[in-house]
Design a protein around this ligand. Structure first.
Ligand SMILES: Cc1cc2nc3c(=O)[nH]c(=O)nc-3n(C[C@H](O)[C@H](O)[C@H](O)COP(=O)(O)OP(=O)(O)OC[C@H]3O[C@@H](n4cnc5c(N)ncnc54)[C@H](O)[C@@H]3O)c2cc1C
Ligand code: SF4
Length: 333
């Protein structure tokens, strides 16, 4: 598939890139690793007239501050994150989730910021327009939604498939967003709108500059699972990430965070299940009940041929296993 013509320039600093996005009058996008944007341009989902490349901006090394927060430049490649001893010890959920993205070749190019800002997906959307049935759908500026024809106008149920976003949510991460008014730090939860047409809350020209991950205490546990059909180089069917803290008895749960990805327009927190975990003695029986509660709380969109009941079942089984693994790891530590 041949790309259409567009202008391209490279920025040498994050500030310059943000300024250029405001200066250029035609539709302009940041280009990081290009592993999401370029394929989307090829099939006509994205049609920028101008790209501002981020690849020449000097990437800052990853650091852990005095309070144990890991700071990662959003331009850092996923391969670097997955293999970093610093990330593995300070933010194991981030390392584990980065490892599951696509295949090694893609992870060598793909960046953390690009992963969080990736476009949502849907079987109907992710093909060249020539192969679509008749009309462009809402997401392509058209007036229909073939997979979900009964949806209200302009409601898009495309699915956000970042493997890393749910992990960062469960870890309680924050992001620094650089815009025309300077940097703003916020919880990663605020990055997602829950709207399939416009899944991120970022405004034009705002760039994710850093990701900050809080320390995992000695009493903390983490679990992660990405369900796929073949188990390699594949977008997720469902992604599950969780953290919890154990009380002094090493069995009771002080608090928990659970995030589910790849089944909705954005990653979602399971607040009812999180609340039910608080104060609960964690063992095989209670984890089975909590996973059942989670699978009832989550409301997955059917996507890529997977039905809602199938996705619920998948989450019930694999979330329980991820919780059990997390508990075992924490109790052995
Ligand atoms: C074959 C294949 C398999 C894949 N499998 C997976 C998978 O299993 N899991 C998964 O999560 N993803 C997967 N992806 C999607 C994609 O490769 C990754 O999400 C990747 O991390 C995107 O990063 P990038 O740097 O290449 O982003 P780009 O393609 O450069 O950018 C993506 C979008 O983010 C914007 N952007 C980039 N950086 C920033 C920033 N710092 N701030 C604001 N906006 C920014 C761009 O303007 C663009 O709109 C796959 C892609 C392919 C082609
Ligand atoms: S769910 Fe969204 S992307 Fe998919 S066809 Fe409907 S409008 Fe288009």
């Amino acid at each position: 598939m041949i790309l259409f013509e567009f202008e391209h320039e490279n920025a040498t600093s994050a500030e310059e890139a943000v300024t250029r996005l405001h200066e250029i009058e035609t539709e302009t996008r940041f280009l990081a690793g290009g592993t999401d944007l370029i394929p989307n341009m090829r099939i006509g989902i994205a049609k920028p007239a101008h790209l501002v490349g981020l690849g020449r901006i000097l990437r800052e090394p990853m650091t852990v501050d005095g309070e144990g927060w890991l700071k990662v430049d959003a331009l850092t490649r996923l391969a670097e994150i997955e293999h970093s001893d610093l990330v593995t010890s300070a933010a194991p959920l981030l390392a584990a989730s980065a490892h599951t993205v696509a295949g090694n070749q893609i992870r060598q190019r793909a960046t953390l910021g690009g992963n969080l800002c990736q476009e949502t997906r849907c079987l109907y959307l992710n093909q060249k327009h020539d192969f679509q049935f008749v009309e462009p759908c809402y997401k392509r500026g058209g007036d229909c939604c073939y997979p979900f024809p009964k949806n209200k106008k302009e409601v898009c149920w495309s699915v956000y498939m970042s493997d890393i976003a749910p992990a960062l949510m469960a870890a309680g991460a924050e992001v620094t967003v650089l815009g025309a008014g300077g940097p703003v730090r916020m919880s990663i939860d605020h990055l997602f709108s829950g709207d399939g047409l416009r899944p991120l809350t970022l405004n034009l020209g705002e760039m994710i500059r850093y990701v900050h991950v809080p320390p995992m205490g000695k009493d903390s546990a983490w679990g992660y699972h990405k369900s796929t059909v073949r188990g390699g180089l594949e977008f997720g069917m469902a992604v599950m990430a969780l953290t919890f803290r154990l009380d002094a008895d090493r069995e009771s749960c002080k608090d928990a965070r659970i995030a589910i990805g790849a089944v909705n327009e954005g990653p979602v927190r399971l607040s009812k299940t999180e609340a039910a975990m608080q104060g609960q003695r964690l063992n095989k029986k209670s984890l089975t009940e909590l996973a059942e509660m989670a699978s009832a709380e989550v409301n997955p969109l059917p996507h890529h041929g997977f039905s809602k009941p199938h996705l619920r079942d998948n989450i019930r089984v694999y979330l329980r296993r991820a919780m059990e693994a997390a508990l075992a790891r924490a109790q052995q530590a």
